[in-house]
Design a protein around this ligand. Sequence first.
Ligand SMILES: [Zn+2]
Length: 80
Amino acid sequence: MSNLSATDALQLTGSPGDAGGAFVSAPGSLGGECFRATCHATGADWHHRTADRYYCADCAADINLACQLKGEPAVCRKRR
Ligand SMILES: [Zn+2]
């Protein structure tokens, strides 16, 4: 099991302040890696409206279920 995440790759290959970088797979971005720390699924397209980050469908379903169990509205919505 490798613990190397996209964040690590960013630190190795680019400067964090470089807005021109093409790191579309940074965790939590649309179409990138799921924002959940323990999940490394890619193609995240479910937007978490309070965190303003993207999750994969599985994690979004978990998060929305947790909201439902607490009687709160779902916070994740599919973006595309
Ligand atoms: Zn996920």
